[in-house]
Design a binder for this molecule. Sequence first.
Ligand code: ARG
Ligand code: ZN
Length: 876
Amino acid sequence: KQIYLKDYAPPAFLISETYLDVVLDPAETRVKSRLSVVPNPALKRRATEIKLDGELLRLLRVCIDGAPVDEQRLVATDKDLTIRDVPAKPFTLEIETICDPAANKALSGLYLSRGVYCTQCEAEGFRRITYYLDRPDVLSKFRVRIEGVKPDTPVLLSNGNLVQTGDLPGKRHFAVWEDPFPKPSYLFALVAGKLAMVEDSIMTRSGRAVTLRIYVEPGKEDRCDWAMKSLKRAMRWDEDRFGLEYDLDMFMIVAVSDFNMGAMENKGLNVFNDALILARPDTATDSDYERIEGVIAHEYFHNWTGNRVTCRDWFQLCLKEGLTVFRDQEFTADQRSAVVKRIEDVRWLRSMQFTEDAGPLAHPVRPSSFIEINNFYTRTVYNKGAELCRMLQTVLGRDGFRKGLDLYFDRHDGQAVTVEDFVSALGDANGADLSAYLLWYNQAGTPTLDARLSYSEGAKEARLTLSQTFPDLPGQPKRKAVPIPVKLGLLGPNGGEIPLEVEGKPVDGGLVVLSKKKEVFTFEKVGSRPVLSLLRDFSAPVNLNAGARDKDMLTLIRADTDLFNRWQNAQAFALKHIVALASANAKGENARVEPRFVAAVGEVADDDTLEHAYRAAFLALPSESDVALAIGENVDPEAIHQARTLLRAAMGKSLRAILESVYERSAPAEPYNPDAESAGRRALRQSALSLLAAGKSRFGIARVKEQAKTATNMTESFGALSILSQVGGEAYDQALQRFHRRWKDEPLVINKWFALQASSPSPDTLARVADLVANPLFSIQNPNRVRSVYGAFAHGNQVRFNDASGAGYDLIANAVIEIDGFNPQMASRLVGAFESWRIFEPKRRALAGKALGRILDRKELSPDVFEIVSKIVGER
Ligand code: ARG
Ligand code: ZN
């Protein structure tokens, strides 16, 4: 059933207070709720019945104001409970139900993960715990009593403050938690089990002493340091940058091993996928460390952007997610290298979000309808949503944006609000009308920005014509022009920056805003024909069509004063180049690698005045799926794979001397330190070695083999193993076996071992994947394992997933069908990998279409998978 934003209606009832009494039991957990229900005073008409959400619950008893409600007044379906003839004034509603955490493999609601009870309530999981008004605009004060068997569940946690504990007969005990901040049910959490704990503390800026606790599986306490340090840095940063302080005396994080997503921001009790908490130098890579830091910050930042101010309805999801991603990006930029972080984010956005926005799953940052909200925790809502916040900050300036957020919290603390409320606060605080930016939230698709520069020698003027177009998307209405902030610069013949002047005034921060379909900007006092450096910092999420000449692009790669744009031009050049190589390849023509490009990249790699991480990012070519997206139709993934491999080999060969020297002189200090500087050195060495191996350098291959044996940290150990996987042969097989023997008891490390094999372009990968899922270390019920095998294969191995035999499609279709039987969220994520099927050549398209049809033919499909597959198959 489709749900529409335009149908939003405020709730007929509010719940001012919620008391829960949860008696834990693996198969029969008993939940008694006592709700203070109030007719919504904002509504004129009093409702006579109340409809509560509830799923998979066994209803035992309902009382209103202490008196049992008889059966005739109750109507229960498989998703709700209606109670008729309720009082027209506030009343107390008591409900007793039973749920089955052990049987819950969907990992939504209350479930057991390796003996630990935990909850995931966002978006609509709370209704699997008790009947409730399970919607974000019903905010309630929670008091929660948890009771369990002490030896099985010595730790009993919920949101807020611990107010009471006690022992009970029969080795039982209980704890009572109270959260003083009213919250929607999606922020509720409960955790109980045998957990070890690491504790620290921090003093907030205004003098609140906050206890910080991280709960993990016993024995993993030595892997929490980095998460704890990251948390403390995030708390401090939010005070400094946004003036936001923590508001309870305790902040807790729990790591669990079965979790559908990354993590969850439940008030005062964040629950994490353990992959995003646990880190030790020998088990986690530099990228793991960076992700942990970022996600810890993300969930912590939700305390204000999401929890104190929440969403009115789920269509507003970007209100909290876009803004919180933007905040965590800014945090990481400050902790590490700002330009490298921007490069990472833009690379990801263009390859993942642009793909989504160009395909059958395209939707506005704020969608207008959905079947299953869990399908909208997307790259568009999160990452394009973050870009929109960044764009607003670019337009208002950092201080203006901060003023806007201050006003947003002043106005809306404790409320459930909309995107309009957010944009109005930003505008009002700055005396600006930002309403045109709402179009960005309401229209799907990535606009294309066209730029043409002409120069008049006589007038000494450079005329820049900017215009925008939207692609045609099936099922999307005609779209209007959006305001596009464009940061730019003009470079003189020797690479120097020319001051920008329009109508006698300097252009602030090099920023112009295209606010119509087409506009001309005339820059004055330009002495000679300039080179245009456009869309610096990626100031808007658009496809850039600058029509630049190769010569100008090479100038920008070498000499732009803006580091981001040097990278952006190198990527654009590489992309164009690989597309040309692939097309030559497909036609059986001889392709030639562009030596000027290779040389320019070599210069950057060799430049010790630049950060190591930046140089590493420069050496990374666009991915095979980036190339496929750029080609857009009749794609032959083999041709792309070969073209990209050819370019990498050529780079490895012609840059051999530079890369060997860079490798030798970039060694990080010992012992291992996960900081940005050391990580950057390791990243650069890894890129160098990987290209050297691609170019068959004996030096490179010897180093890799040695590193695979002797490395003492996971970054270098796994880095070497991944390079060996490109080289193949006996050395690779032996290294794989060694890695397996050493790490078979460490699930998080074994995930890497799985993922590497599933991502290999080698033709035997299909057979390998079949072996991997039969491996006793694999479990289809564990999301991390599914992601590391099926996910890595479907989302990260374009050439084998789209194998000409169709076997890749069948493998994933079968997995989707199986997983959908117990975990629809995970199944629908996986099936999303088919989103680009129509861009491939006809044979593959037919095979993919058949596999999708086979899924769609199933009678017992979840709404989750149905929504995704029916859109992907769509009419066109
Ligand atoms: N709010 C969480 C976060 O981004 C993610 C929760 C996703 N839940 C879901 N059912 N899709 O931090
Ligand atoms: Zn989030």
